[in-house]
Design a protein around this ligand. Structure first.
Ligand SMILES: C[S@@+](CC[C@H](N)C(=O)[O-])C[C@H]1O[C@@H](n2cnc3c(N)ncnc32)[C@H](O)[C@@H]1O
Length: 254
């Protein structure tokens, strides 16, 4: 499964993302949209190694993280524990996740929604989100954005990441399906140096790209209304040129 083998290298590979900036803006949106909610409860879907969850915990939100990768959850638990941030991490496929406490905010960041590749999965994802939100609660997520993906055209990408005593060479090979609106990205990682010298890991990540009107429709069917979209900021800024990935803020209206 995606993120089983590569979990130990995830934080190294994605260390240049500015998560603090992203959490800063999302926190501003939460306070602006839910000014009367004290002790905000937040569910982070696809919480991964806990990078967002820990920072949301530092904002004094009551945070739960759910992720289907046991390896990612283990790293997240360790991260929160070492920083003494109380977060409840749950190892579960979100499509099978049920919870009696409901949430003021649900986040799902770094394209987790794009891992829902079929129409049934997309419907189930947003329906479950809606069933877990309080009325007027917020869904804040990002996903691959069709116009950006199609105009940039997925290409083979080779990257290197320097760890402590080892280097990772990563090659990503995409195959696009114009029928299912997905890109199947084959990840090949070879580690040079250290304990895993010359070890190769392979994973395939199938990602769905979405168009605004279909997202609007899926969300509407689930009782959610898009209130802002675009690049991260305060407010979100509708893009001039189509980005690869876009943020959406939706509110539960029924
Ligand atoms: C690109 S990572 C993002 C992790 C984290 N949100 C971040 O920003 O670093 C995608 C995560 O979504 C999780 N994921 C994908 N589909 C899922 C599902 N159906 N239920 C729960 N987690 C899922 C993966 O296991 C992985 O940890």
């Amino acid at each position: 499964m995606a993120f089983s083998l590569t979990a130990p290298f995830y934080d190294l590979i994605y260390q240049h993302r500015n998560i603090a900036r992203e959490v800063f803006f999302i926190t501003k949106h939460i306070h602006a949209r839910l000014p009367n909610v004290k002790n905000v409860s937040l569910l982070d879907i696809g919480s991964g190694t806990g990078v967002h969850a820990v920072l949301f915990g530092k904002q004094n939100f009551k945070v739960t993280g759910v992720d289907r990768s046991a390896e990612m959850i283990a790293i997240a638990k360790q991260k929160a524990h070492s920083q003494n941030i109380p977060i409840h991490f749950i190892h579960k496929d979100f499509l099978k996740f049920a919870s009696s406490p409901h949430y003021d905010v649900i986040t799902s960041l770094f394209d987790v929604a794009s891992y829902m590749t079929t129409n049934e999965q997309v419907r189930a994802f947003f329906t479950n989100v809606s069933s877990l939100l309080h009325k007027n609660g917020l869904l804040i997520f990002d996903c691959w954005y069709g116009p950006g993906v199609l105009l940039s055209r997925p290409k083979i990408i080779k990257q290197r990441y320097k760890g402590n005593g080892f280097t990772i060479h990563r090659k990503k090979t995409p195959t696009i399906s114009y029928q299912t609106n997905t890109v199947s990205v084959h990840h090949n990682l070879t580690i040079y140096g250290g304990a895993h010298n010359h070890h190769t890991l392979e994973e395939t990540h199938v990602m769905r790209y979405f168009f605004y009107p279909e997202l609007e429709n899926y969300l509407q069917q689930a009782g959610l209304k898009i209130i802002e979209w675009g690049n991260i900021g305060f407010p979100l800024r509708p893009p001039k040129n189509p980005p690869w990935s876009t943020y959406i803020i939706a509110q539960k209206i029924r």
